[in-house]
Design a binder for this molecule. Structure first.
Ligand code: SF4
Ligand code: SF4
Length: 400
């Protein structure tokens, strides 16, 4: 007991706590800056939601710095984002339209909030025909500050700096899968996924080529119209014909299979790893951004624990032998945290592998967490405000 308390009071511990607090300070200030307009609002639900998010994001960042563990604390945020996003989004839809469904004609004409998934499908029609196939306002207006131009500008800046990290620090859809993948302690299906992984990894690339080409040919965002599992928990085309019934059926089957059942059985993010064309598109930018995960071959014992842990199959035996991750690495940090030889390391391109990995991790985390706070934090705050607004109604319903 005495030795434990002396360990707790040891000056080194204080220094370490102080250092972690100091390193967390910029992120705390960033959160405050992001949410100052909301804190100033007179609405109590918005103020409380924002205050909770500031405390939540700052505490998680502190824990990442203090413990050296990235994946566990990032996952707390990411899963919360995945499950709270539909609550906020569906509530807003019901408040505005009274329903989650939207007539198919309005969906085709883009009368829906901008979704980042559509980005690769926009490029060719926009470049060759100057047509935005997912309209909405192109430039910001006072009623729609989140215009297509603003969203694409932010996406570009973030992608150039962080590569595919959007998939593990920003994509609310991925958070749902990660939640279901976290339920089981061990994967029920592993060998089959491992066996077919090399072929399965090609599917998102094939899908990307097909949806981009078809969207350009038909001038419609084909993935959104036919293949997006997340329509099930956001907004879906109103079912009034055989065609819309088939669309809805596809969305539900894909959601149940790739977002709920398979992540639960495999502990992998199966939609992200094997079916997301946007994820494949983001992988390209991993080549030109400064941060990556590398395997220090001098320390690695080829146990493949990192490969088993990786939620998106971004490691293979060959890549480990080469000291690299595959192109679809989303920089979640699971492999680094699981490696008990300290061989999987954060790395800043252009430096020696294993040189100051903690510095590389922190530099990356400042960018990734700033983005997470800006996008995901706002979504969390809105969803919490919605829940706070509805609490009295739910309470009175329960008392009836
Ligand atoms: S877990 Fe570590 S030691 Fe094992 S293969 Fe991966 S990098 Fe090498
Ligand atoms: S290789 Fe590592 S950092 Fe990249 S996705 Fe897999 S577990 Fe995450």
């Amino acid at each position: 007991m005495a030795s434990r308390s002396s360990a707790v009071l040891h000056p080194r511990v204080f220094r370490s706590v102080g250092r972690s607090l100091l390193l967390t300070l910029p992120m705390a200030l960033w959160s405050l800056l992001m949410f100052t307009p909301s804190l100033r609002q007179s609405r109590r639900d918005v103020t409380i939601g924002s205050a909770i998010v500031i405390a939540f994001m700052t505490t998680l960042f502190y824990l990442m710095v203090r413990t050296g563990n990235t994946y566990r604390w990032r996952r707390c945020f990411f899963v919360a984002l995945g499950f709270l996003f539909p609550i906020g989004f569906i509530s807003a839809l019901i408040a505005v339209r009274g329903t989650m469904s939207i007539p198919i004609e309005r969906m085709v004409s883009g009368d829906t909030p901008f979704c980042f998934m559509v980005t690769p499908m926009l490029v060719i029609p926009a470049a060759f025909t100057r047509t935005i196939i997912f309209p909405g306002s192109i430039l910001p207006t006072s009623s729609n500050p989140h215009s297509i131009a603003v969203m694409i500008g932010l996406w570009l800046a973030m992608t150039l700096v962080l590569g595919k990290a959007w998939c593990s620090y920003g994509c609310f859809f991925g958070g749902i899968e990660e939640g279901f993948a976290a339920v089981r302690k061990r994967a029920k299906i592993r060998r089959t996924v491992d066996k077919f992984a090399p072929r399965l990894r090609l599917i998102p690339w094939a899908l990307l080529i097909v949806v981009v080409a078809l969207s350009a040919a038909l001038m419609e965002p084909i993935y959104c119209m036919w293949l997006c599992p997340f329509k099930t928990v956001t907004e879906y085309p109103a079912v009034h014909s055989v065609e819309t019934a088939i669309q809805m059926g596809i969305f539900i089957v894909l959601f149940a299979g790739l977002v709920v059942v398979l992540p639960y059985l495999t502990k992998k993010r199966t939609q992200c790893a094997f079916f997301c064309p946007f994820g494949a598109f983001q992988s390209i930018f991993n080549k030109i951004n400064p941060f990556e995960i590398r395997i220090d071959r001098e320390k690695c014992v080829d146990c493949t624990l990192c490969q088993t842990t990786c939620p998106t199959m971004a490691l293979s035996k060959e890549s480990i032998r080469e000291g690299k991750t595959l192109m679809n690495c989303m920089k979640c940090g699971a492999c680094v945290d699981s490696c008990n030889k300290d061989a999987a390391v954060w790395h800043l391109k252009g430096t020696r592998v294993g040189l100051h990995p903690e510095r590389a991790r922190l530099l990356f985390l400042y960018g990734a967490w700033a983005m997470a706070t800006m996008f995901g934090g706002s979504i969390l705050a809105n969803s919490l405000a919605t829940m706070i607004r509805f609490l009295p109604k739910i309470h009175s319903m329960l008392l009836k």
